[in-house]
Every structure is written in C-alpha cells, then in structure tokens.
Design a binder for this molecule. Sequence first.
Ligand code: FE2
Ligand code: FE2
Ligand code: FE2
Length: 164
Amino acid sequence: MSKTEDNLKAAFDGEAKACLRLLGYAEAAEKEEMPYFAGLFRAISAAERVHALNHLRLMKEIEDTQTNLQKSFERETSVTDNVYPEMIKTADEEGNKGALTSFSHARDAESFHAKLYKNALDHMIEEKVTHYNVCGVCGYVVDGDAPDECPVCGAKKEKFFRVD
Ligand code: FE2
Ligand code: FE2
Ligand code: FE2
C-alpha cells in the first residue's frame, strides 16, 4: 500500500468520525435550545460526509452491489459473533453499565442487519422497492412499517424513523 493509500484510509476514518461527532454536537445544541449552533454542526457534518465519501470512492472499497451486500453481511456477522460479545464481556467485568447496554443493543441489532443482507442476497433477482424503519434507540432495522414495540430494546413505535 502506498503512503497516499494509507493517507486516504486515515483521512476517511477522520472525516467519517467528524461527520458523526458533529451530529452528536448538533443533538446537544438542540437540547440546549441553540438551534443556530445545531444547524451549524449539521451543515459542517454534511460537508465532512462529502469529504469522507470522496476519500472512500478513491479507496477502491466500493464494488458492485452483490459484492457490497456480501461484504456487509460478513461484517455484520463478525461484529455479532465476535467483536461485540468480547466487548460485552469486558464491559460486564468492568461494571460499565452504559457500555454494556450500548454494546448489547448494537450486537442484537447487528444480527438483524445481517439477516436483512442475507435476505437481499437470496432475492437478488426479484428486487422490490420497500421502505425501512430504524429504531432510534438501538438501531434495529425492519423491512416495512415500524412494529408497536422494538424486538431488541422494547422502544415504542414513535422512536422509529423511516428510511426510503
Ligand atoms: Fe473535512
Ligand atoms: Fe449493523
Ligand atoms: Fe430498538
């Protein structure tokens, strides 16, 4: 890997993190009833997203959709089976309840993400246009309308947001 290829990866990581960090800052500004600053954070976050995606496109990590689905399925499976269980164990040992809940929600939601990818891979030919609903508490994703209660975290329907 050339130095510039390393730099693209580092720059992507930095921009992707900045994009999300700024969304966290925007949420905080909303809570503090400072909508102007929330808007500023959201705008710069959107700009960092542009940078991150520009770098990512040059990293040759985006392939054809079948490959992208397969790789995404593998990543979700790996975090569900290996990465999060290890983190959950450590958070439990260290008595970090917040992290324990956050990791557990993520682990459970990721297994549903893996199922959605698997389903998409199995039905590549019969594509259908659908909409999804995402639990704003734990990240569970459902194909179609939101359930009355999230099967992962128990959040009510109102906590879901629709993604088309
Ligand atoms: Fe940037
Ligand atoms: Fe996931
Ligand atoms: Fe949930």
